[in-house]
Design a protein around this ligand. Structure first.
Ligand SMILES: [Zn+2]
Length: 270
């Protein structure tokens, strides 16, 4: 599933090809994504120039002069630039044809993604209740501490709650908790401000590093040799159940927390 670093990598990849480009046509081959693509999307977007490409949480916001295309990649979606006359394959659901002769092509085998039109993206119901961006100054140990005082849930699902902070998926939550030395089962409200300061720092570090490397999880980001990305080789706990901890040698444990697999080191994480 594309996580925040993959979405940011996508944004950085498509932005230079979209900025100041006029849209010639929107071709929708399969409107049924998680929600239907608006029937009038071609009428609304064609003829307009793209003025900005931003990201909020895992949503891409492609701003036209009037209105914004809100995209979510769901479980298996991807966006890439192709020559506009490239034949569409089975899962290529949308082309946004640009005056450059390229098309922004949306591909999504599982069709859990979204492509919606809005005039006020940040107040859209999908975005309006989201917590701060993890790499912004609004997210820090104080934020985690303040949000957690009445929460008796485990700390791992707590930091994965989009209302607390966005974009901390299972990989990043697992790795940041390991680096901060915090047991993922610990009650959110029982953790000190100092430990939350450390945890917020580790969340920022792991996400910034993943963005720098272009993400971890998308097949598109696997190297041409078929080997997993560099980041994957550097994981300390995620996906390493029953293997020795790279720090202390103890066998890593695997538990379920909030329906998610959670690997941790019983010695390094308290
Ligand atoms: Zn350990």
């Amino acid at each position: 599933m594309p996580e925040l670093p993959e979405v940011e990598t996508t944004r950085r990849g498509i932005e230079p090809h979209l900025l100041n480009q006029r849209v010639i046509q929107v071709i929708v081959r399969h409107p049924r994504l998680r929600w239907p693509i608006p029937e009038d999307l071609d009428i609304r977007l064609s003829g307009q120039t793209i003025v900005a490409v931003e990201r909020r949480a895992k949503y891409l916001m492609i701003h036209a002069e009037v209105g914004t295309l809100l995209c979510h990649l769901g479980m298996s979606g991807s966006l890439r630039l192709v020559p506009a006359d490239t034949p569409a394959e089975k899962h290529d659901h949308v082309d946004i044809v640009l005056e450059s002769g390229q098309a922004l092509r949306y591909t999504d085998p599982r069709r859990f993604g979204a492509m919606l039109w809005t005039h006020d993206p940040l107040n859209h119901q999908l975005l309006s209740k989201l917590g701060p961006e993890p790499l912004s100054p609004e997210f820090d140990g104080k934020r985690l501490f303040d949000c957690s005082r009445k929460r008796s849930m485990a700390v791992k699902p707590f930091i994965m709650d989009n209302a607390v902070v966005v974009g901390v998926g299972n990989i990043y939550a697992s790795e940041a908790l390991f680096k901060a030395g915090i047991d993922p089962r610990r009650e959110a409200k029982s953790i000190s401000r100092a430990r939350y300061d450390k945890l917020a720092d580790e969340i920022k570090k792991v996400l910034a590093y993943a963005i720098e490397l272009g993400g971890t999880t998308l097949r598109d980001f696997v190297g041409g040799d078929g080997k997993p990305g560099y980041f994957q080789q550097e994981l300390f706990v995620y996906g390493r159940a029953d293997q020795p901890c790279k720090v202390c040698g103890s066998l890593l444990k695997d538990i379920k927390l909030g329906q998610r697999a959670s690997v941790y080191c019983p010695r390094c994480q308290r």
